[in-house]
Design a protein. Structure first.
Length: 509
């Protein structure tokens, strides 16, 4: 098979591997429902520019994930598989990029092994099945590092490299659109650490490119400039608050110790991480050009150290460190590099076990009642008529509009004047923050009892989502009939509500 056909065959195989189980389970709350719900809102509203949550501007994250999800839903329908397409794309980009890079600067067999180790790592495979931003930005960061490193290595060998450098800058622009400043900043940190470790600091200047900078600006900046022009507080909220204040602040969710990601990577890379001792013993002779081994070590170290600094840590944050780890483990297992051992001889067994460790949980979860509004959404889609309001009581089921195919955002009943809302990092704060960018939409969708009553009186039937205790406590919901319960342990129901008796008899004219 020719090199070109081999390259495209690898791309198709990797995409199929990551995609073939992504349809098997419903979206899980909160993360998958949130990001798929935003993409659905943008699609149903027929707009691509402003991400919205419950009809209000949602600027927690930039738009690349939503754009890919929106395009996938438009092409394939609003399904869980389409909602997970951005993660599938990110995983495929990282694995394919690692394969192509390793083949160019090594041997075909070693490159194939590196791609297999990466694609079958349970951590990486499951990450590709989960609809949040972590895998997409991991793919963008990986592609940026590999393109930039390819340009440096070509330059060191006296070969043309500028087009690859421009491609790296453009990919960094996509990384900016995927999850903000970490998209370009982390690859820059990797390059600097790599070339300093290689004792070739002058080669850092190889990475400076005016055409590349232009490509980065054209790809990455227009959306941000447009949002700042439309919403005056966008810069302070998205850049200052979400990038710097949250990074430095210790009061957010999921606090973990500094060393948290080391055991995470080792445990979630099993059984491949059994090769870590062999990988630590490997050495590479010095060369005129910076070594690929030093690149992978620098890449791994920069990502792990960066995400270890803040107190708040989520497992998926460290996904950009998995491709270099996979390369290092594959190098230790390759018979051409490591001495023959029982571990090296059983690489095929390791691949099968690793693949099963990724696939089995995904399949098993499809039979488990994970937290999801899917049953309520399907019932709404079947029974609700256009224009009938949907009210969520002291909660926001992110995936309900997606599954119900709602044409308008639901109403959310709560005490929105509570001064404690901005202090807690939860769904209330997300909606409250969004309402600050469009106060009119906030007044329409975030309701109190007084503002809700006229809405319920305007339609013969309304729909309510809430816990039985909350619904029973509210006189407006007297006479509500239970329809279906949400999936998961929490006691949340969909209720069908006739026009409240307190509305009186509608006038004939």
């Amino acid at each position: 098979m020719s090199d070109r056909r081999l390259t495209w065959a690898a791309l198709a195989a990797l995409f199929a591997w990551f995609a073939f189980t992504a349809w098997m389970r419903p979206l899980v709350l909160p993360d998958e429902g949130r990001y798929a719900g935003v993409a659905w809102e943008m699609l149903s509203a027929g707009q691509w520019s402003v991400p919205t949550l419950d009809g209000m501007p949602f600027f927690h994250k930039p738009p690349l994930f939503y754009w890919i999800g929106e395009a996938a839903m438009q092409a394939f329908g609003a399904t869980a598989w389409a909602a997970r397409m951005p993660s599938i794309v990110g995983a495929t980009m990282a694995a394919w990029g690692l394969y192509v890079f390793a083949r160019r600067w090594g041997r075909e067999a070693d490159a194939r092994l590196a791609a297999i180790v990466l694609a079958t790592q349970p951590f990486f495979f499951v990450g590709a099945q989960f609809a949040n931003l972590d895998m997409l930005v991991a793919g963008c960061i990986s592609a940026t590092v590999l393109l930039g490193a390819h340009a440096v290595l070509l330059s060191a060998g006296g070969l043309p490299h500028k087009r690859w450098l421009v491609a790296a800058y453009a990919m960094a622009g996509l990384g900016l659109l995927a999850k903000g400043l970490i998209g370009p900043v982390l690859p820059a940190g990797v390059f600097i650490a790599w070339l300093l470790a290689a004792r070739q600091p002058r080669r850092i200047w190889t990475l400076v490119s005016v055409p590349g900078l232009a490509a980065f600006i054209v790809v990455g900046l227009p959306w941000f400039l447009s949002m700042q022009k439309q919403y005056s507080g966008f810069y302070d909220y998205f850049v200052i608050y979400h990038h710097f204040q949250r990074f430095a602040k210790a009061g957010f969710n999921n606090p973990h110790p500094f060393w948290f990601y080391v055991p995470v990577l080792l445990l979630l890379a099993l059984p491949w991480s059994l090769a870590v001792p062999a990988a630590l013993r490997l050495r590479e002779p010095s060369a005129v050009r910076p070594s690929v081994l030093l690149l992978m070590l620098s890449w791994l170290a920069v990502i792990v150290v960066f995400f270890s600094i803040p107190a708040s840590k989520l497992v998926g944050y460290v996904l950009p460190a998995v491709p270099p780890l996979a390369w290092l483990l594959a190098r230790a297992l390759a018979p051409e590099v490591a001495k023959p051992s029982r571990l090296a001889k059983h690489t095929r067994t390791l691949a099968i076990v690793a693949a099963l460790l990724g696939i089995v949980p995904v399949v098993a979860l499809s039979f488990y009642h994970l937290p999801s509004a899917r049953p309520m959404g399907l019932a709404l889609r079947e029974q609700r008529h256009a224009g009938e309001p949907v009210v969520m009581v002291q909660r926001y089921a992110y995936d309900l509009p997606f599954y119900a195919r709602l044409e308008t955002p639901p109403l959310v009943l709560d005490n929105w004047s509570d001064p404690a809302i901005p202090e807690h990092d939860d769904w209330r704060k997300e909606l409250y923050d969004a309402s600050l960018f469009d106060r009119a939409a906030g007044e329409r969708h975030l309701v109190s009892r007084d503002t809700l009553a006229p809405r319920l009186c305007a339609q013969p039937v309304s729909w309510v989502v809430g816990a039985p205790a909350l619904v029973a406590r509210e006189p407006l919901f007297a006479g509500a009939e239970q329809v279906v319960r949400a999936a998961g342990k929490e006691d949340v129901w969909l209720w069908k509500l006739p026009r409240p008796a307190s509305c009186g008899t509608p006038s004939a004219g």
